[in-house]
Design a protein around this ligand. Structure first.
Ligand code: FMN
Length: 362
């Protein structure tokens, strides 16, 4: 059988910064809400990730660096020694199967509620509530009006990411992905409609990217840039974070991507509905490092989509979400042309083993 050039590329090893990966299929970060009540990822979580170690790189679900930044009940954290020990078990389980795993560090910002983060204040760039509801201990509640971080508190956010990144490396994880996408805190700083600040963190694109740069800098200084990735989702317009002005988007993300390029991070991960379109292609041209792409939620990534992103859109690797949930052995299935299990969206966020660790291997 002749294998097409793109298929060949998809299954070829590469290195992302300091992280050697066996193929270019990246397990996308996927919130699954199976951690213990205190945010400890238990034995079942380790098993879930170990089952998926055949993917070149696993990016964990969004994980909170501090209690106040927690966005979901059932979400894992990386706040203390108990969390760290549990993540060490996850890392070993993945490494034993020959995989690599980084943890996605996610500060929820305004997308949480005192009924989720242990009664703590909800913090954001500006005192503007997100639309919609949070799922709290007491049921669905409207997102509260957050307190705007003071300038000193905003500067302190970088230290929170550093603490979690150091615990990640101490746990034996292969690195961290900084979550600046999908409407969470760092994206709230980037987007003009959620950031109305008048200090050095608000206003111009230059100011709105400042906190993301500071987080990148501090985390890179702490654990080395070759173990740090960044995820962005320009124009995702999700969870109330809107980026409506294309010129502003280009300037904001262009400046940020130039910075990431200079810092030499392990990778940049872009989620955008049109990877071949002018915005992503412009970012691709100005980014010197490894680029992971994902085309968003409209339809689940297929093998053909992955090949197109590699061949036509300049991706170095592809982040795969729903197909990776449903197919622990996705790489073998894609490589050998086997049919796929279908993902069951009813079990994405509900807790328990069903729809989590019971998708069949071939
Ligand atoms: C159940 C679920 C949970 C997700 N959780 C996260 C997350 O924690 N962090 C993140 O950056 N993206 C998250 N995403 C987005 C995925 O990483 C990915 O971009 C999206 O699923 C589209 O890729 P796909 O078509 O291959 O599924 C999530 C998506 C799904 C379906």
């Amino acid at each position: 059988m002749t294998v097409s050039a793109e298929l060949d590329t998809l299954f070829r090893p590469m290195t992302l910064g300091e992280i050697p990966v066996a193929n270019r299929v990246v397990m996308a970060p996927l919130t699954r809400l199976r951690a213990d009540q205190d945010g400890t990822p238990g034995e079942m979580v380790a098993r879930y990730y170990a089952q998926r170690a055949g993917m070149g790189l696993i990016v964990s679900e969004g994980t909170f660096p501090t209690e106040a930044s927690r966005g979901y009940l059932g979400q894992p954290g990386l706040v203390d020694a108990t969390h760290q020990a549990a993540w060490a078990a996850v890392a070993s389980a993945v490494h034993e199967r020959g995989g690599q795993i980084v943890v996605q560090l996610m500060h929820a910002g305004r997308l949480t509620h005192p009924g989720i983060n242990g009664g703590r204040e909800v913090l954001a760039p500006s005192a503007i509530a997100a639309p919609g509801t949070a799922r709290t201990e007491a049921g669905k509640e409207r997102f509260p009006i957050p307190a705007a971080l003071t300038t000193t508190e905003a500067a302190g956010v970088a230290d929170q990411f550093v603490g979690a990144a150091q615990r990640a490396v101490a746990a034996g994880l292969d690195g961290v992905e900084i979550h600046a996408a999908n409407g969470y805190l760092l994206h709230q700083f980037l987007a003009p409609n959620s950031n109305r600040r008048t200090d050095e963190y608000g206003g111009s694109p230059r100011n709105r990217i400042r906190l993301v740069e500071q987080v990148i800098d501090s985390v890179s200084d702490a654990i080395g840039p070759g173990r740090v990735g960044l995820r962005i989702s320009p124009q995702h317009d999700v969870q109330g974070t809107l980026e409506a002005d294309p010129a502003d988007v280009m300037e904001t993300y262009g400046t940020l991507v130039d910075y990431v390029s200079r810092r030499g991070l392990a990778y940049l991960s872009i989620l955008h509905r049109d990877p071949g379109g002018s915005l992503v292609q412009d970012l691709r041209r100005r980014f010197a490092g490894s680029l992971i792409m994902n085309s968003g939620f409209a339809s689940a990534t297929t093998l053909a989509d992955a090949c197109t992103m590699l061949r036509d859109a300049g991706a170095d690797a592809v982040a795969v979400g729903r197909a990776a949930i449903a197919n622990p052995d996705l790489v073998e299935r894609w490589r050998d042309g086997h049919p796929l299990n279908a993902a069951d969206p009813q079990t994405f966020y509900v807790g328990g083993a069903e729809g989590y660790i019971d998708y069949p291997h071939r």
